[in-house]
Design a protein around this ligand. Structure first.
Ligand code: PLP
Length: 452
């Protein structure tokens, strides 16, 4: 059996189809509802801001969906991504477990997000769209979309949450280098932005508000569409390339995971690595899949499963999902990509049906795990990914306790080289743990729309 550290596929082994889990779920998520009428949304309602090809993918029940040649060509710039056997981490933990990680940090934007940004840019371009409006928190998604726009000659406008715009300039600079334009949100470019600025001129902004601005921009310009970096079915569909590759790579070394782990913000990198394995679980394979979230934004573990808006202003369709309430204001923890009030409907339904598990960790223990990982495997992980690492380490230590040699696979969703400030804050003890108080969660949930 191979003892390689890196398990590499050749370019011709890039999967040619994405896996659509809607084809196999025992219970389908309830449909998105129109924000005004609370009736199931029609494809025409969405066509104001999305191209038809993506709307079709959003509701498709076809199990395998072809990846266009033009998308494969861009994927081939960095895919297939390597699968690592974390031998040095195993040794440090002194565990009988085998730990593998799929490394998505090798994409030009440093995370898994270009896996969906590229096909989204492609389908919009094909539909004759000239510009994409989108939002970004710390800039991971905005930079991925700008990169994808550059590949297909699309303009990209990014509404970037004000605090990140001010404090984290590097991804803003990357967006501009790839030709995108960036506005701090709230901005004076949109009604939702102007309204927020009137109420509070020095507002730090939030992801929900930036989404409102981008959606409004797209809805009010006919040559402009909107793009979302997580949560929606088509996004998770595109991300399944991660798990499909990982499956082929594990096959090469004759292994199969007992446990699959991903950090969970909106659910896209978790769904991406886990769904192709859950496909096997549907046909009887024994397997656990664990979504890991921050204790400061505990959507699956402490939220409610019900309809809620995707944004703060209530412009987006209502999605059936685990939510903390659309006006939930998560604290400024360092895993910015995990600070969303909701979650993918697919991930939410699977969690509700107990097909997947979820757990939440506080940030200090995650940074501690990130340090163990950086000192053994050398890669400095994204603060988001450190949540997956923490869960993998916990499972590996449990294996040691129980004397079991399980196979653990986790997704290293990105690197942390543009988030080094977070590590600096950790080293110099400027980071604190924050568990979102139950009362505040309840309060935010009390303002959710009532669906008759
Ligand atoms: C955005 C991001 C996440 C969280 O988003 P998901 O949709 O839950 O995957 C996780 N890790 C990294 C590196 C990110 O950039």
């Amino acid at each position: 059996m191979s003892t390689d550290t890196k398990i590499i596929l050749s370019e011709k082994d890039i999967p040619r189809q994405w896996y659509n889990i809607l084809a196999d779920m025992p219970n389908l998520p309830k449909p998105p509802l129109h924000p005004g009428t609370h009736k199931p949304i029609m494809p025409e309602d969405l066509s104001l801001i999305f191209p038809m090809a993506l709307i079709e993918q959003e509701v498709s029940s076809q199990r395998w969906i072809d990846i266009p040649e033009e998308v494969l060509e861009i994927y081939s710039l960095w895919r297939p991504s390597p699968l690592f056997r974390a031998k040095r981490l195993e040794k440090v933990l002194n565990t009988p477990a085998k730990i593998y990680y799929k490394y998505e940090g090798i994409s030009p934007a440093g995370s898994h997000k270009p896996n969906t940004a590229v096909p989204q840019a492609y389908y919009n371009k094909k539909a004759g769209i000239k510009r994409i409006a989108t939002e970004t928190g710390a800039g991971q998604w905005g930079s991925s979309m700008a990169l994808a726009g550059a590949m297909f000659g699309l303009k990209v406008t990014v509404y970037m949450v004000r605090v990140s715009y001010d404090q984290k300039p590097y991804r803003r600079i990357a967006i501009e280098t790839w030709g995108g334009e960036v506005y701090p949100s709230p901005s004076n470019k949109t009604n939702s932005g102007r309204k927020a600025l009137e109420m509070m001129p020095d507002m730090p902004g939030s992801l929900g508000l930036a989404i409102s601005e981008a959606v409004e921009d797209a809805a009010t310009h006919s040559d402009t569409n909107y793009a979302l970096g997580s949560v929606l079915n088509h996004v998770l569909l595109h991300q399944t390339i991660i798990g499909l590759e990982a499956k082929k790579q594990l096959e090469l070394v004759g292994d199969y995971p007992d446990i699959v782990i991903g950090c969970c913000g909106g659910g896209s990198n978790f769904g991406g690595i886990a769904f192709p394995f859950i496909y096997d679980k549907f046909s009887g394979k024994q397997l656990r899949a664990i979504a890991v979230e921050p204790a400061s934004c505990p959507t699956l573990t402490k939220g409610q499963f019900r309809y809620d808006f995707g944004d703060t202003a209530g412009l987006t369709p209502l999605l059936m999902m685990y939510t903390l309430g659309h006006d939930f204001m998560p604290p400024g923890i360092h895993a910015g990509g995990l600070r969303y009030h909701g979650d993918s409907s697919l991930v939410s339904q699977l969690y509700h049906d107990k097909i997947i598990e979820a757990r939440a960790y506080k940030q200090l223990t995650c940074f501690e795990s990130a340090m163990i990982f950086a000192k053994s495997e050398a890669i400095i992980p994204a603060p988001e990914s450190s949540h997956a690492i923490k869960a993998a380490i916990d499972e590996a230590l449990l294996c040691k306790e129980e004397g079991k040699a399980k196979t653990i696979l986790f997704n290293l969703s990105g690197h942390g080289y543009l988030d080094l400030t977070a590590y600096d804050d950790y080293h110099y003890k400027k980071l604190v743990d924050y568990e979102y108080p139950e009362e505040l969660i309840k309060e935010s949930l009390s303002r959710l729309p009532v669906i008759k």
